[in-house]
Write a protein that binds this ligand. Structure first.
Ligand code: NAD
Ligand code: DAU
Length: 358
C-alpha cells in the first residue's frame, strides 16, 4: 500500500508513521506544514527508510495537494493534520477554523477527484481515514456515563467545534459522493514526543526545571488516557480492517483526575530523578492551582467495546506502565526537548500562564 499521512510530524502522526515503517512494508508519504507542533526529529528513527517520504505542505493548499496525489498515487489517506491544543483555540481560533475545517474540506475535495478517476478495483480498496477526538461529544457528568459512537455531538471549545465540523464534512462526503471513509474518535493520548504544552509533558518538564505545576481550577476534571503507541496500532487496524463508513471510539480505560495524574508524575520523578532542582524538597510542593480553562469539560470517558468486539483491539499499556515509560523517555531525551523549546514555545508559556495564574 501507499499511504499518505497528514500531520505525520506531530505527536500521534509520528507514532503512526513509525508504526507503519517498522511493522509493515507500506510506503508512507508524510504531508506536514511543520507548525510549532510539527517536528521532523520525532521521525529520526525511520527517516532513512526508502519507504518513507516527506512533503512540506499545508493541507489548505489545494493545488499542491492535487500535484502530490497525482505523483504519489495513494491507496489510503490517514488525516491527522490539525491544530490540536484546546487552550490555543481559546486565545486564537482562526488557525483552528482554517486547518481543521477548511484544510479538511480541501483534502476531501482533492481526494474525491483523485478517487473518482481510479479504476474500479482500486476505488473499492481506497480509504480516507479521518482521525478525530472524543471532545466532539462534549463532556460527561461525574457519573458512570461513557461516550458511545452514537453519543450526540456537543463540542465545548473552538478546537472541539472545529473537529466536530470536520467529522460532519467527512461523513457528508461519504453519504453524498460515496467516498470510502472510516472515522475514529479517541481520548487523551500521552507518551514519547508529546509537545510540552499539554498536561503530562508540561508537568514532567516543569518539575525537572523546578517550576510551578499549574493545575486548572480544582484539578478534579477527568480524562481517559491512552498510550500513543496503542492509538497508532488501533488506527492502523481501523484503516486496514474496518468496513467503509464505520466509526470507532478508541480509549484507554484509564480515567484519571488531573490532580491524580500530576501527583503520579511527581511520585515517579521522586524515584527516577531523585536529584531535584535547587530549593525543591518534594516535587509535589511545586503543584499550584491556577485559573480554570474557560468552558473546561469536566469528564471524558470512552466506551471502546465496539473496536474490541469488531477488530479485537485492546490497549497493551496500563496507565502505570505507560506513564513510567513516558517519564523515563523525557529523562532520556533531553536533547529532543531542548530543540523544541524554541522562542515560540517560550512565548506561549509566558502568555498562557501569566494570564491564568490566580
Ligand atoms: P499535534 O499538534 O502534535 O500535531 C499536529 C501536526 O499537524 C503537526 O505536525 C503540525 O505541523 C501539522 N499541521 C498543523 N496544521 C497543518 C496544516 N495546515 N497542514 C499540514 N500540516 C499541519 O497533534 P496530535 O496531538 O498529534 O493530534 C493529531 C490528530 O489527532 C489531530 O487531528 C487531533 O485532533 C487528533 N487527536 C489528538 C488527541 C491527543 O490526545 N493528542 C486525541 C484524539 C485525537
Ligand atoms: O480528549 C482528546 C483531546 O485531548 C485531544 O483532542 C486534544 O488534541 C488534546 O490536546 C487533549 O485535550 P485536553 O485539553 O484534554 O489535553 P491537555 O493536555 O491540554 O489537558 C488535559 C487536562 O489537564 C485538561 O483537563 C486541562 C488540564 N490542564 C492542562 C494544562 C496544559 C491543567 O490542569 N493544567 C495545564 O497546564
Amino acid at each position: 500500500m501507499k499511504v499518505i499521512v497528514t500531520g505525520g510530524a506531530g505527536f500521534i502522526g509520528s507514532a503512526v508513521v513509525r508504526h507503519m515503517i517498522n511493522n509493515t512494508t507500506h510506503k508512507v508519504l508524510n504531508i506536514d506544514k511543520l507548525t510549532y507542533a510539527g517536528n521532523l526529529e520525532s521521525l529520526g528513527s525511520i527517516e532513512n527508510s526508502t519507504r518513507y517520504h516527506f512533503s512540506h505542505t499545508d493541507i489548505c493548499d489545494r493545488s499542491a495537494l492535487d500535484k502530490i496525489f497525482f505523483e504519489f498515487q495513494p491507496d489510503a489517506i490517514m488525516h491527522l493534520a490539525a491544530e490540536s491544543h484546546v487552550d490555543r483555540s481559546i486565545t486564537g481560533s482562526a488557525t483552528f477554523i482554517e486547518t481543521n475545517i477548511i484544510g479538511t474540506y480541501q483534502l476531501l475535495e482533492v481526494t474525491r477527484h483523485y478517487w473518482n478517476q481510479l479504476d474500479i478495483d482500486k476505488k473499492q480498496v481506497f480509504r480516507f481515514h479521518h482521525i478525530s477526538t472524543d471532545e466532539v461529544y462534549g463532556d460527561l457528568d461525574d457519573t458512570n456515563d461513557l461516550f458511545l459512537e452514537t453519543t450526540p455531538y456537543a463540542p465545548s471549545s473552538p478546537y472541539s467545534a472545529s473537529k466536530a465540523s470536520s467529522d460532519h464534512l467527512v461523513r457528508a462526503w461519504h453519504r453524498t459522493y460515496g467516498l470510502p471513509i472510516v472515522l475514529t474518535n479517541c481520548s487523551n493520548n500521552y507518551g514519547p514526543f508529546h509537545f510540552p504544552e499539554k498536561l503530562i509533558p508540561l508537568v514532567i518538564l516543569n518539575a525537572l526545571a523546578g517550576k510551578a505545576l499549574p493545575v486548572y481550577g480544582n484539578g478534579a476534571q477527568i480524562r481517559d488516557w491512552l498510550y500513543v503507541e496503542d492509538h497508532a496500532r488501533a488506527l492502523y487496524q481501523v484503516l486496514t480492517e474496518a468496513k467503509v463508513g464505520e466509526t470507532y471510539n478508541i480509549g484507554g480505560h484509564n480515567e484519571q483526575k488531573n490532580i491524580d495524574v500530576v501527583k503520579a508524575i511527581c511520585r515517579l520523578l521522586e524515584e527516577l530523578a531523585p536529584n531535584k532542582p535547587q530549593g525543591v524538597k518534594n516535587y509535589e510542593d511545586l503543584i499550584c492551582y491556577v485559573a480554570d480553562r474557560p468552558g473546561h469539560d469536566l469528564r471524558y470517558a470512552i466506551d471502546a467495546s465496539k473496536i474490541k468486539q469488531d477488530l479485537g483491539w485492546i490497549p497493551q499499556e496500563s496507565f502505570e506502565t505507560g506513564l513510567r515509560k513516558t517519564v523515563a523517555w523525557y529523562l532520556a531525551n533531553q536533547e529532543w526537548v531542548q530543540h523544541i523549546q524554541s522562542g515560540e514555545y517560550q512565548n506561549w508559556i509566558q502568555q498562557q500562564y501569566d494570564s491564568t495564574t490566580d
